[in-house]
Design a protein around this ligand. Structure first.
Ligand SMILES: Nc1ncnc2c1ncn2[C@@H]1O[C@H](COP(=O)(O)OP(=O)(O)OP(=O)(O)O)[C@@H](O)[C@H]1O
Length: 243
């Protein structure tokens, strides 16, 4: 079997006495859309922070394309092709949409002209080209999420971490968001997404991993995972039992 794009190898992260991620091991093959699920406080965002380099694990290693990236900083990991969005959008509100995406592009493109070219392409890809000159702070909530994704894509990632980009959207907005995620995956970017809305996650992801109390509770095809007894008890609740 070929090497996974990302390998998380027995990773633990402690904040003092609190274990936010406990002995997490996970292989993510190239081309997959992986859903990372679990109740509030399960350790999903912490795992994103460990993959993107915001946090260093207390124990364990993280490999990307076969390279041990555990000691690398977040900018170094970005240059290798790992990008992320944040639960609360972090765009620069006073700058326009294009400028925001150019900032993302600078991480990977030498020179303003190349970064601008890449930003324009990315806005087009993300369906935001018509809002290029709009001030970011004045975008609608779904446009702000799209801008987050565009900023991350401008770094030309091989792995994109999406933290609740569909949460809080109306069903039709979420449907448009799903289409964008499918398009991202079809362009060759591997995706790991944290999302709570099961109706959205189920048909979209190739594989689901459920975290609970920092540990991997279940892993597999989404249809198997939602039938897992421990997942129903810890996360989904009784209404999913008969589903
Ligand atoms: N910087 C930190 N310092 C101390 N504890 C933290 C820190 N970041 C996260 N935690 C704790 O680690 C645990 C996991 O948090 P995390 O945010 O990763 O969960 P989550 O699954 O992303 O939750 P949510 O769905 O609410 O975003 C929680 O108990 C949280 O309080």
């Amino acid at each position: 079997m070929s090497e996974p794009l990302l390998r998380i190898d027995h990773v633990t992260l402690r904040f003092g006495g609190l274990v936010a991620n406990a002995d997490v091991s996970l292989d993510v093959p190239e081309g997959q859309i992986l859903g990372l699920l679990g109740p509030n406080g399960a350790g999903k965002s912490t795992l994103f922070n460990l993959i993107s380099g915001t946090y260093q694990p207390s124990e364990g290693r993280i490999f990307f394309r076969g390279e041990d990236i555990t000691p690398l900083s977040a900018p170094e990991r970005c240059r290798r092709g790992i990008a992320r969005t944040f639960q609360v959008p972090r765009s620069f509100d006073s700058m326009n949409v294009l400028e925001n995406v150019i900032v993302g592009g600078f991480a990977r493109h030498a020179g303003a002209a190349a970064a601008r070219r890449r930003a324009l392409e990315t806005l087009d890809f993300a369906g935001l080209a018509h809002r290029a000159e709009a001030v970011a702070g004045e975008l609608t909530p779904p446009e702000k999420r799209r801008l987050e994704v565009a900023r991350a894509l401008a770094t030309r990632p091989k792995l994109l971490l999406l933290d609740e980009v569909l949460t809080g959207l109306t069903p039709s907005e979420a449907k448009a968001g799903v289409e964008l995620i499918r398009k991202v995956a079809a362009s060759g970017v591997t995706v790991i997404m944290v999302e709570h809305v099961m109706e959205v996650v189920m048909p979209l992801v190739d594989r689901a991993v459920v975290l609970h109390l920092g540990r991997v509770l279940a892993e597999g095809h989404p249809t198997e995972v939602v039938r897992h007894e421990g997942v129903i008890t810890a996360y989904l609740g009784e209404r999913h039992r008969a589903a």
